[in-house]
Write a protein that binds this ligand. Structure first.
Ligand SMILES: *Cc1c(COP(=O)(O)O)cnc(C)c1O
Length: 408
């Protein structure tokens, strides 16, 4: 979200209606770069100098394109914002140092004392902490509904609220919310709708097209895709994004240019990674579902999943994260995880490598066992974020780990 208007070279990305793959590669890449470099440079400069005071003032007043200070805007960061903005078909975008910075800055920009937020119990653990710990300190009331009860969520919205905050599919049990239905309910009460689209990515789901006002990503996950940079982004309606940008430029949770570069580079293969992960996750979910030692699998691509019909309607792929419960409780989880050869035991998801862990150490590390129980998250759950390895190798790996876990 800069004051600059980038000069556009005419390419396929501007002339036709390019697909998301073409946009993943080309969007945001069209500024004239240093010495004609074809790659967006890492502009590791805090401030930007001017020839004279008139030019400086013109940039400050937004009359002329340019950057002033990298807490506000930076060319590398602006290219990343433009790429995500284009993929989400949004009017505007602004970025942050992390996903949680994007979420907290958005909430603290849009809410004031006396306001009410309606959300669900299954949001990301950090987001849930903002709802239960921080917002109430500012006299903002938060209603967290049962994620599987659309009637209850609609009824809570109908009572009147400033903001509806949604996340789908949820972390880690893959519950699915009907975005078009809940956005319509919010519109009837003039409430803004914010959707955390981290799990789905713009390749699998486009919340703005379903009626959301703002979409948030932890770019740390799928957008970057390589588990080597933190970042966050908010895109959507220009007036709202402008307010959020202003809050961030003053409070200072800005994205670092080096991280922006890594995220940009990762995003060029977003569509390929997500396509592979969708396909592998589906096959792995079917394998686990049929395994005699697995008591439950949570994946919206399975016809038995309660959110399957909604997911089919609003998503173009079911995503790369699944979770499952092995027989034998938490002891089995502890035995199984170290036996996986092709999975980091780590608190992350959406990377090129498969990552696996229990929610008590990953998505809901911030929550107590009681809070996890209230959110319907079994303690003996394994969240399995599928990487881009060969599907057959991942299935063989799970098969051998399950066999050893349950060997007599
Ligand atoms: C990881 C994650 C976040 C937080 O992002 P950070 O970049 O770690 O701050 C928010 N929402 C979801 C769904 C996530 O998976």
């Amino acid at each position: 979200m800069g004051k600059q208007k980038s000069p556009r070279r005419k390419t396929g990305a501007q002339t036709g209606a390019p697909g998301l793959g073409t946009l993943s590669v080309w969007a945001g890449e069209h500024n004239a770069h240093w010495m004609g470099s074809t790659q967006v440079p890492v502009v590791q400069s805090v401030s930007f100098g001017f020839r004279d005071v008139d030019q400086w003032l013109a940039v400050v007043r937004g009359i002329q394109a340019g950057h002033i200070y990298s807490r506000n805007t930076n060319p590398t960061v602006a290219a990343f914002e433009e790429k995500v903005r284009t993929l989400e078909h949004a009017e505007a975008a602004t970025s942050f140092a992390s996903g949680m910075a994007a979420i907290s800055n958005t909430l603290f920009t849009l809410l004031s004392p006396g306001d009410r937020v309606v959300s669900v119990k299954d949001t990301y653990g950090g987001t849930n902490k903002i709802f239960v710990e921080f917002l109430p300190r500012f006299q903002i009331s938060v209603t967290l509904c049962d994620t599987t009860d659309h009637d209850a969520i609609e009824a809570a919205i109908a009572k009147g609220c400033r903001l509806v905050y949604l996340e789908t599919p949820t972390n880690p049990t893959n519950k699915v919310l009907d975005l078009a239905r809940l956005a319509a309910a919010a519109r009837r009460r003039q409430a803004s709708v914010v959707v955390d689209n981290t799990f789905a990515t713009p390749i699998n789901q486009q919340p703005l097209r379903l009626g959301a006002d703002l979409v948030i990503h932890s770019a740390t996950k799928y957008l970057g895709g390589h588990a080597d940079a933190l970042g966050g982004i908010v895109c959507g309606r220009r007036v709202l994004v402008q307010h959020i940008f202003h809050f961030r430029e003053i409070t200072g949770a800005s994205l670092d240019p080096m991280a922006a570069y890594l995220l940009l580079r990762g995003m060029k293969t977003l569509h390929l990674r997500v396509r592979q992960q969708n396909q592998s996750a589906m096959e792995i979910a079917r394998f686990l579902d049929a395994h005699p030692r697995v008591s439950k699998v949570f994946y919206p691509g399975l016809a038995s999943h309660p959110g399957h019909e909604i997911a089919r309607r609003q998503m173009s792929g079911f995503g790369g994260v699944l979770s499952f419960v092995p027989e034998g409780g938490f002891e089995s989880v502890k035995r199984l995880l170290p036996r996986l050869r092709y999975a980091h035991m780590a608190a992350n998801l959406g990377a090129v490598e498969t990552v696996a862990g229990p929610p008590a150490t990953t998505s809901h590390v911030e929550s107590s066992p009681k809070e996890r129980k209230a959110s319907g998250i079994p303690e003996a759950l394994i969240r399995y974020s599928v990487g881009i390895e060969d599907t057959a190798d991942l299935i063989a790996d799970l098969r051998q780990a399950l066999a050893k876990t349950f060997a007599k």
